[in-house]
Write a protein that binds this ligand. Structure first.
Ligand SMILES: NCCC[C@H](NC(=O)CCC(=O)O)C(=O)O
Length: 445
């Protein structure tokens, strides 16, 4: 049976803006209050999806969330009509208000952790939405994320959906951004590697000092239990806390894996040698390609600035791998020189493709942040909501939809405009029809 890995990219929502909400995420803080272009952001995302589709990949799309989040603002004590809630909140609690307007659900690497059926005890694909407790604006996502996933993977013969972990920093979970799967073929049992930033219940263990560690070991362990993973094929690795303090807020900013390749910066992990040895032992007799990038070749700051590791490594039809990199990697002499060299080093990676996702990059989200990977068999793929899979027709419809509903430019001040709320609801209501999702948004219920 044929197996594929499908990338489900997050569609950028109509309120995409730069509010500086993510302490520890350098790009988010440095672009705070800049003008954004929701239209350009959404079109850039669609271009990347279409390009991967054209390369022969199976590509999916995940719907964005409804923002401004009026229900949360009401929960926080703002009353009256929707327009009055917007006005009061933007005046009296501007920071809270901006957090409730974020389009951050676009980074679907943080939507959930996914374990393919080959790895799980009941032979189904398991999904657990990330609770994203570390950032208020992101903690608003998991419930609707769960509904989006259930409408996209709507078949309980093949798909098992779990509730997100308890909403507490002890179980802080950021989803697939801190999870990589290594395997020989997508359809065979692989090694699931969970990367955590700190121990929740043991403060004597190493932890970052300046910026928050968003993922705990205890959260990663809970996900592995929920998904029915075997201890023999699961590895928990601590991220280097010094790097979190240098702006590496998720593991996917400093390492990425695909099949038999683990591409990582030499400073990415604590106790790297023992971690890699455990991964190789659990992987079995097949040899893994550990592609290490040294500090001397690419300093950590350059990796954070260019998102060299927030690239997607994809396996093309011919079995060769390609790197999907942000254009910032091409613009950096250090990184483009490294990548040009990498493709002739005799590893499975043979090509690099650069993409302009600058609108997302300015908030600290590269190509890999924009996608959630789901490895599937043919019958599992057939059970997916087919309206969410990229095709010429879906691409054309979504482009038309973006051009019709999205603004060219948005400032954080525009977010309090009640007309914007109406625009987003009209747009998203239409989108649920295009993607055949049913009533997933609070305003539709
Ligand atoms: N995986 C990439 C996630 C990027 C995301 N940025 C943000 O939410 C920035 C939003 C803002 O500042 O407006 C985050 O930090 O979780």
């Amino acid at each position: 049976m044929k197996q594929v890995e499908v990338n489900f990219d997050g569609l950028v929502g109509p309120t995409h803006n730069y509010a500086g909400l993510s302490f520890g995420n350098v790009a988010s803080l440095s672009n705070a209050k800049a003008f954004s272009s929701p239209k350009q952001a959404a079109l850039q995302g669609l271009q990347k999806m279409k390009a991967l589709h054209d390369m022969g990949m199976t590509q999916g799309v995940l719907a964005p969330q409804a923002r401004p989040d009026i229900d949360t603002l009401r929960r926080l004590g703002f009353v009256g009509s929707d327009a009055s809630v917007l006005e009061q909140a933007s005046k009296r609690a501007p920071e809270v208000f901006r957090a409730c307007c974020s389009a951050s659900s676009m980074w679907t690497a943080n939507a959930a952790t996914v374990s393919p059926s080959a790895d799980t005890s009941d032979g189904r694909i398991h999904f657990t939405p990330a609770n994203l407790t570390n950032k208020f604006h992101r903690s608003l996502e998991p419930e609707v994320t769960g509904r989006i996933l259930q409408s996209t993977f709507a078949n309980d013969k093949f798909f098992q959906h779990h509730a997100h972990l308890p909403e507490n920093e002890h179980f802080g979970d950021e989803g697939a951004a801190n999870h990589t799967r290594l395997c020989t073929d997508y359809g065979r049992a692989g090694v699931e590697m969970f990367v955590y930033g700190r121990y929740a219940f043991d403060s004597s263990k190493p932890a970052p000092k300046k910026f928050p560690a968003r993922q705990t070991l205890e959260a990663s362990q809970a996900i592995a239990r929920l998904h029915g993973l075997s201890d023999d094929t699961t590895v928990f690795v601590q991220q280097n806390p010094d790097l979190i303090d240098q702006g590496v807020f998720h593991n996917d900013v400093i390492s990425v894996g695909n099949q038999n390749v683990l591409f990582y910066h030499e400073q990415a992990f604590l106790n790297t040698d023992s971690a890699l040895a455990e991964i190789q032992t659990k992987f079995g007799e097949h040899k893994l390609h550990f592609i290490r990038v040294d500090t001397q070749t690419v300093p950590v700051q350059e990796a954070v600035k260019t998102y060299l590791f927030n690239t997607q490594i994809i396996t093309l039809k011919e079995g060769e791998m390609a790197i999907i990199a942000p254009i910032e990697c091409q613009e950096s002499e250090i990184v483009s020189t490294y990548l040009n060299d990498l493709i002739s080093q005799g590893t499975p990676i043979k090509k690099v493709h650069y993409f302009d996702v600058k609108q997302s990059m300015r908030n600290g989200g590269g190509p890999a942040c924009l996608r959630l990977r789901v490895a599937m068999t043919e019958s599992e793929l057939e059970a997916v909501n087919q309206h969410t899979l990229m095709s010429e027709a879906v691409f054309a419809r979504l482009n038309k939809w973006v051009n019709k509903h999205y603004r060219d430019q948005l400032s954080v001040d525009d977010l309090r405009d009640a007309v914007l709320l109406d625009e987003t609801r009209t747009a998203l209501d239409e989108l649920t029809q295009i993607l055949n999702l049913g009533s997933i948004y609070p305003f539709q219920r």
